[in-house]
Write a protein of this length. Structure first.
Lengths: 123, 196
């Protein structure tokens, strides 16, 4: 950028002489400044998240909500296997009622009067 | 400049990169801005050792403000000039003018260029000494205008005054410098052969 110099300007030669002798920062000063910058950056800037080293498994775990969620899923899976292998008494009948099965088929054959009596409690 | 490998990126963007963890942005900014800060501090203080301390402190403040930097407020360069001037003012006030600037040894300590001559050195040292006799605001305005070669609107932003006030400070400062240098010419016995 240039600026106008008044002409004649008795100061111009002095300004030019002083500008030509501008100090240059030496290597030690530059190194101190950069060291300050690195130190402040380490303090104020959070480090970027480290990439997972476990790859697909860790990604799947994170997608499902982390290890606490995985523990809940594992418990549910074990309980499901247990109930499937040794169902409690009455569970089969209840499941048939809920899913629709032989019981529903039998109800179709009941005549309207009997159905009314059943609905009223048949006391 | 050995560090400046991001030459196309504006200072503000570099500061944002630095705040986001970029490892090279600080080096580029240092290469760009530290020489300006050092020169400005040296011209305001007239002492290279103090100017180096001010430069490190001003740059440290820049690093610390980086996470909160708002690019719509000022450029890092303008901000640094302002901080540098404030740091120099603090030092000058602590100095209490007990030690006039023209009594400080090595008032001009820059690298001598190929065209450097004894007369240029004498002129430079005379101007540095005369700057030390100016009131602080006049000195700052003259240095920013005629040595840093900034435009008046940027100087006004740095100094927090109107452009008209800058013009007034520069004009008064130059008048005082001319009178001081005229007296020094007579005292030192050198001639200014470039005067027209």
């Amino acid at each position: 950028m240039t600026h106008e110099h008044d002409s004649p300007n008795p100061l111009a030669a002095h300004f030019e002489a002083l500008k030509a002798r501008a100090p240059e920062p030496d290597a030690a000063l530059m190194a101190r400044i950069v060291a300050d910058a690195d130190r402040e950056q380490a303090v104020h800037v959070a480090p970027p998240p480290r990439p997972s080293r476990s790859g697909l498994l860790a990604g799947l775990v994170n997608a499902l909500g982390g290890w606490p969620a995985m523990a809940g899923l594992a418990t549910a899976a074990v309980a499901g296997v247990w109930i499937g292998a040794a169902p409690p008494d009455g569970l089969t009948a209840m499941a048939q009622q809920m899913m629709g099965g032989d019981t529903a088929t039998l109800m179709i054959d009941v005549d309207l009067e009997s159905a009314f009596i059943l609905a009223e409690g048949a006391s | 400049m050995p560090f400046d490998d991001q030459s196309e990126i504006p200072d503000s963007a570099l500061l944002t990169l630095y705040a986001n963890g970029d490892g090279t942005a600080a080096r580029t900014l240092t290469a760009r801005l530290a020489p300006r800060v050092l020169a400005h501090a040296q011209r305001l203080l007239g002492n290279l050792a103090e100017a180096e301390e001010v430069t490190q402190e001003a740059m440290l403040r820049l690093w610390r403000i980086a996470p909160d930097w708002r690019s719509d407020e000022a450029t890092p360069r303008t901000w640094l000039y302002r901080v540098t001037a404030n740091l120099c003012t603090d030092r000058l006030r602590r100095r209490g003018r007990a030690e006039p600037l023209d009594a400080v040894p090595e008032p001009v300590d820059g690298a001598a260029g190929p065209a450097d001559s004894l007369q240029d050195r004498t002129r430079a040292e005379a101007l540095q000494a005369a700057l030390g006799q100016l009131p602080e605001r006049q000195r700052q305005a003259v240095v920013l205008r005629h040595l840093e070669e900034l435009a008046n609107p940027e100087i006004a932003e740095i100094m927090g005054v109107s452009v008209e006030a800058v013009e007034s400070l520069v004009a008064r400062g130059k008048r005082a410098l001319a009178a001081d240098l005229s007296a020094r010419r007579n005292e030192l016995g050198y001639t200014d052969d470039t005067r027209t």
